[in-house]
Design a protein around this ligand. Structure first.
Ligand SMILES: Nc1ncnc2c1ncn2[C@@H]1O[C@H](COP(=O)(O)OP(=O)(O)OP(=O)(O)O)[C@@H](O)[C@H]1O
Length: 118
């Protein structure tokens, strides 16, 4: 009923997916750098518990969305190695989802940090 080996293997595969995405996707490395900058800024600025929770939700959402974007890119390349309008639409929509979340995250970050600095 509960297979520990299978559970551990699924963690291993998920970890491999994260490592592969970091190695191959420049955008994910940029977001990891941004994550570190925000964490350091948060520690130096002094955020309350609610603000940290919001920041962690945004960081988790952002990185998860980047991983899903990588997955979509890989599946599109798999099923459509040649140029296809639908492949472009799929990849651009996935990239658009990342951009929407990144923009909203940046706005929320500004709303949290700016009043504390000025
Ligand atoms: N198979 C395809 N058919 C049509 N358009 C594509 C295809 N692959 C990528 N594109 C489009 O080409 C443009 C440039 O893509 P880009 O150089 O970012 O490559 P990518 O495959 O989307 O991303 P990555 O380089 O991270 O794999 C984007 O608009 C993308 O949607």
């Amino acid at each position: 009923m509960f297979n520990l080996r299978k559970l551990l293997l699924s963690f291993k595969f998920a970890f491999e997916g994260i490592v592969h995405s970091i190695k191959t996707e420049q955008n994910i490395r940029f977001h990891l750098l941004a994550t570190m900058v925000v964490m350091i800024a948060g520690l130096l600025t002094g955020l309350d518990k609610g603000e940290w929770i919001i920041i962690f939700i945004l960081i988790g959402g952002m990185l998860s969305l980047e991983l899903i974007n990588t997955a979509i890119e890989r599946v599109v390349d798999l099923v459509s190695p040649g140029w296809q309008p639908l492949a472009k639409q799929a990849k651009d929509a996935a990239a658009g989802a990342v951009l929407v979340f990144a923009t909203i995250s940046a706005i929320i970050g500004i709303l949290i940090f700016l009043p504390k600095w000025f």
